[in-house]
Design a protein around this ligand. Structure first.
Ligand SMILES: [Fe+2]
Ligand SMILES: [Fe+2]
Length: 198
């Protein structure tokens, strides 16, 4: 079922008012990519649209606000998130989505929660958003175009590519790897190795 156009218009208005123009443009790019890929791969396009539109809705909140939002909703920030609160922007996004727009779809929330770090259990919508966030048209790197092409054929393989790219970048910058990313990488690798042996 398609999303309510009035709700989508309200979400778009909120995002354009509360986020920088570059972030808003990125979000619209993620929506375009997510919906196109969803159609192609037989994934629910309404859920893809909602998850894409809302995934970064808390991204520009200051650190103290992110931590306060998590605390208010009983979400305990781990040591990495305490140190780098922006890591929380995906996990707290569902709270904003529920409060502001009465969204309650847990599948959409799950995709939003793991869109930047990944997670051990990633369903089709999780992988779709994870990949679309990386390869939307405003992303400058050449890897984005390659991932987009791969995603049309094999979403899981594309998710692994994205994970590898992100991990390499983190390691090169000598930054700590969030445990969710580490476990997500191992899980994706394991799944793909098993699939190719079937
Ligand atoms: Fe994000
Ligand atoms: Fe994003």
């Amino acid at each position: 079922m398609a999303n309510d156009p009035d709700q989508i218009a309200r979400i778009e208005a909120y995002l354009s008012e509360n986020l920088s123009p570059a972030r808003f443009k990125h979000i619209l790019g993620v929506r375009e990519t997510a919906v196109t890929l969803a159609k192609r791969l037989g994934i629910d396009t309404a859920q893809a649209e909602l998850a894409a539109l809302l995934h970064d809705c808390a991204k520009e909140r200051p650190d103290d606000e992110l931590l306060a939002l998590a605390k208010r909703h009983g979400l305990e920030a781990d040591e990495h998130e305490q140190r780098i609160p922006s890591l929380l922007h995906g996990k707290v996004a569902p709270f904003v989505a529920a409060e502001q727009f009465a969204v309650s779809d847990e599948t959409v929330f799950d995709a939003m929660r793991c869109h930047s770090t990944g997670a051990v259990e990633m369903g089709p919508l999780d992988q779709l958003l994870f990949v679309a966030d990386f390869c939307e048209p405003n992303r400058p790197y050449t890897a984005a175009a390659e991932v987009r092409e791969l995603a049309e054929r094999d979403l899981e393989a594309a998710a692994l590519e994205v994970m590898q790219f992100k991990l390499r970048k983190t390691l090169l910058k000598k930054q700590p790897v969030h445990p969710d990313s580490f476990h997500a990488y191992n899980a994706l690798l394991d799944k793909l190795t098993h699939d190719s042996n079937d």
